[in-house]
Design a protein around this ligand. Structure first.
Ligand SMILES: [Fe+2]
Ligand SMILES: [Fe+2]
Length: 378
């Protein structure tokens, strides 16, 4: 096993990464050290039971052991960040949980966490926690519906680091070690937000709350993906502000997407008999999970959903016809594909040759010609 790296992203503010290469967890530690030498130790979104050995190791290195952990901040209740909490509470007898009441309502279902060890964010006057013994201040910031109703972020006034939970998190699209975002990180952030954030209104309002912070954060530290700083911080926030996510994508996609899926299935069915081995190679490739989630969702041999735009889906298949051909007639395969799109009135998002030959072939293979589209979509 590779040695655990602890990254210091701000003064006494640390992060470790879980070892998944596609979608990892960031676990943050903060030592609040007062001028008087007093120390308050905190962990943010501690993770799963798998993370407990690493948490104990880091606690030992940073503040002499898990018994010296005082605070556990939870951005929301998802198991990727809370399932270690019952075990952690048992190993860190002094630790108290800080979370929203909405989070606690679900968190306590784990059982065995006494209510007196929970501090509600709503109980802190002005959303500010003053750590009197060290002189530090933490400001809590709502991330309402990003992606959970009671989601909460916190802003560390000394380091100007905003710990943002799932917000501005991403799946891993940047290659390489280290923890800081590059331009490559954006694709993973966009994908994660498109899937997990329910609406762009919620995203916009959360960004508005961030922009009101004074002083403005220098670093955004999310629970997944990369730590964002420098010029990318405002850049990524403004891109996120304009991103369509969740229900907007759902509402926008439906009619067009359904027809596209039907056309793809028509194509697959057609070539299944004529080009069986090519069909099997194509289906195998489309099913392959190379990214965070598969882009083509199958039920049996049929596509049931697309997790990418309809244009991207069609372009992918168009390219794969050439890439996966092992001696099959590429032109004929492409003609079958165009023919299937044509039957469902789906506009191809790529250049199609309109020679007389291919025109004939479209006619010959268009065995659904004459049927009403309403018959086909039920
Ligand atoms: Fe989550
Ligand atoms: Fe998460």
């Amino acid at each position: 096993m590779a040695e655990l790296r602890i990254y210091e992203i701000g003064k006494n503010f640390y992060v470790i990464k879980s070892d998944e290469k596609d979608f990892h967890r960031n676990i943050y530690f903060r030592k609040f050290v007062g001028e008087n030498g007093k120390m308050i130790n905190m962990i943010m979104d501690p993770g799963t039971k798998k993370d407990l050995p690493n948490i104990m190791l880091v606690a030992k290195k940073l503040f002499g052991g898990i018994q010296n952990l005082h605070l556990i901040f939870l951005s929301h209740q998802d198991p990727d960040l809370t399932s270690v909490v019952p075990a952690l509470m048992a190993t860190a007898p002094r630790a108290k949980i800080i979370a929203s009441i909405d989070t606690w309502r679900l968190l306590k279902m784990y059982g065995g966490i006494p209510e007196k060890r929970f501090l509600a964010v709503e109980g802190f006057k002005g959303d500010i926690l003053n750590i009197k013994s060290t002189g530090h201040q933490i400001r809590f910031v709502n991330a309402t519906y990003c992606h959970f109703r009671g989601a909460m972020m916190f802003y560390d006034m000394e380091t100007k680091i905003l710990f943002s939970g799932d917000f501005m998190g991403g799946v891993d699209s940047r290659v390489g070690e280290d923890v800081y975002a590059t331009e490559e990180s954006w694709d993973g952030i966009a994908l994660f937000h498109e899937i997990y954030m329910p609406s762009s209104k919620a995203v916009k309002e959360t960004i508005n709350r961030i922009t009101l912070l004074d002083p403005f954060p220098e670093i955004i530290a999310p629970q997944h993906g990369d730590v964002i700083k420098g010029g990318l911080l405002l850049d990524f926030l403004s891109r996120a502000y304009n991103l369509e996510v969740g229900v907007e994508l759902l509402a926008k996609d439906t009619p067009e997407k359904d027809l596209t899926i039907m056309a793809i299935n028509e194509f697959l069915n057609k070539i299944k008999e004529i080009y069986t081995s090519f069909h099997d190679r194509l289906v195998e490739r489309l099913r392959k999970v190379e990214d965070f989630t598969p882009s083509f969702i199958f039920k049996g041999d049929e596509v049931s959903d697309l997790k990418l735009s309809t244009n991207d889906a069609l372009k992918t298949i168009w390219k794969m016809i050439e890439a996966l051909s092992e001696g099959e007639d590429i032109n004929e395969l492409r003609t079958y594909f165009i023919s299937a799109l044509d039957q469902f009135n789906v506009e191809p998002p790529f250049e199609v040759e309109t020679s007389e030959d291919s025109g004939e072939m479209i006619e010959r293979t268009g065995d659904l010609d004459g049927k009403d589209i309403e018959d086909l979509i039920g």
